[in-house]
Ligand binder design. Structure first.
Ligand SMILES: Cc1ncc(COP(=O)(O)O)c(C=O)c1O
Length: 403
């Protein structure tokens, strides 16, 4: 079981209070979580001891090489890949996905079809528009009004022209957990399968081999780390692509899609974030600790999110958007609208009680449009993270019910 009070001690930012002495409550996790002290110290220690560029003969440069190798190893364990050469590092998910899309636009042919979904974040929609310049047709999977993808529509849109499917594992706007396993099962063998794991990675363990994906992207600032993005590519795939890169860049995977000098200090922080998550689990290897930790994290987060969902559903003026919590196929992200206040007004009211929450479309613009919510200011989104408690959820519900 997750011991929230012990975990909270690791997060210095949780101690903040406002002028009225209200303790801060972070329900803005889907936009980026807080970071534990281990991550902060790893970043500081990098600057205190090891700050240099890579591939030099001197101590700080060698240490930096070590930090980057260690991160690729830890990230491959984090994603269940067993191969550090499958892990490319970038500024964030969006820029890596753009680089990948540009490279694939030179591989695909006119008339090929690439599938995206209406539910996805723009970071897994916008980059694929570059393919249209190469004559590739983009096909969109419909979002149902209940917040789930239309899998009948999905199946019907896969055919012999489909060269790639790009979908999210879960929705950052509605908390929907997509049925990516079933999608994989009806794709033709030669169809590339890309998963956006940005909203999934903070809540569940990932195993790229089980997922059968060719590419998977995630971002460490959503799972207790700093701002660094990652691209997993199935072995052998990245090298076959004509990526935008300098002639001086290492031309092999995973480096072939990376550009310029990476943020080494932040990379040291990501390793510490992975270790932090692993420290919440038990096992005899990093991977087994991570898997165990995630099984505990998801139980803790689901229970709190279900409580939040049920409490909000009981309020007359609140309409919770998206799928219910009747089974555990749900991320702990709860979005709602209020009949008297706009999502932005709700967030201002929450902020005046020192509660951090986001309103709007969170770049999942198409989904919010399809639900008819764009002109109403989108939704208010409350996201549960590992450090949240039942008392915090109770306080939030009490503020909303007293509006
Ligand atoms: C589901 C999802 N995909 C992609 C992104 C973009 O990630 P990044 O900020 O690393 O580019 C986000 C960011 O909120 C997200 O929630």
């Amino acid at each position: 079981m997750i011991n929230s009070s012990q975990i909270r001690d690791f997060f210095p930012s949780i101690d903040r209070v406002d002028a009225k002495n209200n303790k801060i409550i972070y329900l803005d996790g889907p936009g980026g979580t807080q970071v534990p002290i281990q991550v902060i110290e790893a970043i500081s220690q990098y600057y205190i001891r090891s700050n240099a560029n890579t591939h030099g003969e001197f101590i700080t440069s060698k240490e930096t090489d070590g930090i980057m190798d260690e991160l690729r190893y830890k990230m491959s364990e984090f994603l269940g890949s067993d191969n550090p050469s499958t892990i490319s590092i970038g500024q964030n998910m969006t820029s890596l996905n753009y680089s990948l899309a540009r490279a694939l636009s030179k591989k695909f042919n006119s008339g090929d079809e690439v599938v995206i979904t209406e539910l996805d974040h723009e970071a897994n929609r916008g980059p694929w528009m570059v393919l249209e310049k190469a004559g590739v047709k983009l096909v969109e999977i419909k979002l149902l009004q209940n917040g789930g993808l239309d899998y009948e529509d999905f199946k019907s849109k896969i055919n012999e022209k489909t060269v790639m499917v790009c979908m999210g594992m879960s929705s950052n706007a509605l908390g929907t957990l997509n049925d990516f396993h079933s999608v994989r099962s009806f794709l033709p063998n030669n169809c590339l399968f890309l998963l956006d794991a940005v909203h999934y990675a903070p809540h569940f363990a990932i195993n790229v081999s089980e997922l059968g994906c060719d590419f998977l992207l995630c971002s460490a600032y959503k799972f207790y780390g700093p701002h660094v993005g990652f691209l997993y590519s199935r072995p052998g795939l990245l090298e076959s692509l004509d990526t935008d890169r300098l002639v001086v860049q290492d031309q092999s995977a995973p480096f072939i899609i990376e550009t310029g000098t990476l943020n080494h200090a932040a990379c040291a922080g990501v390793s510490a974030a992975i270790e932090f998550i692993a420290s919440l689990g038990e096992g005899d290897s990093l991977r087994s600790k991570l898997v165990d930790a995630y099984s505990k994290i998801s139980v803790h987060e689901f229970a709190l999110a279900k409580y939040l969902y049920d409490s909000l559903c009981a309020l007359d003026k609140v309409n919770v958007i998206g799928q219910d919590f009747s089974n555990t196929k749900r991320t702990p992200t709860v979005s709602f609208v209020h009949s008297d206040y706009t999502p932005n007004e709700i967030c201002k009211k929450l902020a005046s009680s020192n509660i951090c929450a986001w309103d709007g479309h969170f770049y999942a613009l198409k989904a919010i449009q399809q639900l008819g919510l764009e002109k109403k200011g989108g939704v208010t989104r409350l996201g549960i993270s590992v450090y949240n408690t039942k008392e915090e959820v109770e306080r939030v519900v009490s503020v909303i019910s007293n509006l």
